[in-house]
Design a protein around this ligand. Structure first.
Ligand code: NOJ
Length: 492
């Protein structure tokens, strides 16, 4: 009798365990409203650099005048030739089963004059065809207005640092809303402002190389935020009631983990997060630039003998105007750093990275990728998502880029597959266990493309593109097949 009872208890326990296990497994899937996508950008895939009335962008110019600026001496003149092969791109998207396709508009195709009202109808027609075809196939366009290919004419005027930049940019943004907003419901104003202001204005230094970078970088930050906010308000005032879309911004964020438990390193890691992400997110979501950044730039500016902080101050009215200008937050995430406090850098250098006063390194045990220092650290994504949740009151987050690079273009790209497996799992943990409101994941990238100053050497695609063939044939990689399965099962 006793024996039988024990047996029964055991059976009940086993069944319960199995049931719990089963239901947990059942729940370990992406929520119903979660959307999957892939991302690209105009200069990186389109080609057709001077087709049908398109004007010259800064990337056309720099690659044509300074070919060694790009590691393999290449350019985006033809790239993946999506200007001609867009239908094939849509077929690939359809086959993957994605809900979203994130691409960017080439400003130079739409307003060849950069800052004029004359619309280049051929450029508009190109995007109209693409958008219509996407919608016909049940794929929602997610459109970035500015993904780094500034009209050369605007750059010559000083680009983002020009006094009339807000007007210049919003003139373009309004044109895009007018022409495409009846069908495009998700807009991103800027892709990675951190790179726009702190990389392009310092490393490229193509604007005014003699001007102190540390001044230009923050002037760019300040003007870019004002243009973002004004674009949002224009959408609100003139378009939202009839178009009912969403407007956000995409910020890049490499996670900063303290290198040790020392209070100095913990503070340094937080400082670096505020410089990288808070500088843009805080004015938009909370209020004004983050205090730690304001204080630090003021301190360093004083040491550098500037009469006032190099970081411009928003007026109270401007702070109010920028606050709340987002319907979602776009996040591009690739990697993680171990951050420690640094000594005050010598005074012969100036700029954003100097201002942060941190030293960064990566654990050599972390898996490397083809991009230096883009090591694979999935837990960093989960931490970054949680930090955003707590620092900004749990906003809706769209992961607008996340991806893995190699040099081989091999179709058997196991490392990329594993990257997606682990980063998607980190995303799922953040959603299901931590309550972060991640609403979408967009893989970078749909296909191998022009990776800026690395040219075609570095591959991020889940489709391979053969760049030596004039037809630019595309072939799905194993990671693409894996991603397709995740999308259809909503499981990793
Ligand atoms: C971020 C940029 O938005 C994209 O253009 C670039 O190709 C990827 N990161 C990979 O480096």
């Amino acid at each position: 009798m006793l024996k039988l009872e024990m047996h029964t208890v055991g059976l009940i326990a086993l069944t319960t365990c199995l049931l719990i296990g089963l239901s947990e497994a059942d729940e370990w899937e992406f929520p119903e409203d979660f959307k999957f996508g892939v991302a690209t950008s105009a200069y990186q895939i389109e080609g057709g650099w001077d087709a049908d009335g398109k004007s010259v962008s800064v990337w056309d110019r720099i690659t044509h005048t300074t070919p060694n600026f790009v590691q393999d001496g290449s350019n985006g003149d033809i790239a993946c030739d999506s200007y001609h092969k867009w239908e094939e791109d849509v077929t690939m998207l359809k086959d993957l089963g994605v809900h979203y396709y994130r691409f960017s508009l080439a400003w130079t195709r739409i307003l060849s004059g950069g800052y004029t009202s004359t619309v280049n109808e051929a450029g508009v027609a190109y995007y109209n065809k693409l958008i219509d075809k996407l919608l016909e196939n049940g794929i929602e366009p997610v459109v970035t207005l500015y993904h780094w290919d500034m009209p050369q004419k605007i750059s010559t005027l000083g680009g983002v640092t020009n006094n009339v930049w807000v007007d210049i940019f919003t003139n373009y943004a309004r044109t895009a809303f007018e022409r495409f907003g009846d069908r495009v419901k998700t807009w991103i104003t800027f892709n990675e402002p951190n790179i726009i202001c702190h990389y392009f204005h310092s490393v490229l230094g193509s604007l005014q190389p003699d001007y102190p970078n540390g001044v230009i970088e923050y002037l760019c930050t300040y003007n870019l935020l004002k243009a973002h906010a004004e674009t949002y308000h224009i959408y609100d005032r003139e378009f939202r009631h009839k178009q009912e879309g969403k407007v956000g911004i995409t910020l890049n964020f490499e996670w900063s983990e303290p290198a040790s438990d020392s209070p100095e390193d913990v503070a340094a890691a937080e400082r670096r997060r505020q410089f990288d992400f808070g500088l843009f997110a805080n004015p938009i979501i909370n209020f004004d630039f983050p205090k730690v950044v304001v204080d630090r730039v003021a301190e360093r500016s004083k040491l550098e003998d500037f009469p006032r902080s190099r970081l411009p101050q928003f007026t109270f009215a401007e702070k109010l105007n920028v606050k709340g200008t987002y319907d979602f937050l776009g996040l591009n995430h690739y990697t993680t750093w171990l951050v420690s406090d640094d000594e005050e850098p010598s005074l012969d250098q100036s700029g954003f990275y100097i201002d942060t006063k941190v030293a960064r390194q990566q654990d050599p045990a972390w898996e490397k990728t083809a991009v230096d220092d883009n090591r694979v650290v999935p837990w960093g994504l989960r931490k970054a998502l949680n930090w955003i949740k707590t620092t900004y009151g749990n906003p809706d987050i769209f992961i607008t880029e996340c991806g893995h690079s190699d040099l081989t273009a091999s179709l058997n790209d196991d490392r990329r597959t594993n990257f997606y497996k682990t980063y998607l799992n980190a995303t799922l943990e953040a959603i299901l266990e931590d309550g972060v409101k991640v609403k979408a994941f967009m893989a970078w990238s749909l296909m191998d493309n022009f990776e800026w100053n690395k040219g075609y050497l570095v591959k991020f695609g889940i489709y391979r593109v053969n760049f030596t063939d004039p037809e630019r044939p595309r072939t799905i990689k194993d990671s693409g097949t894996y991603y397709k399965e995740v999308i259809s099962t909503r499981r990793i």
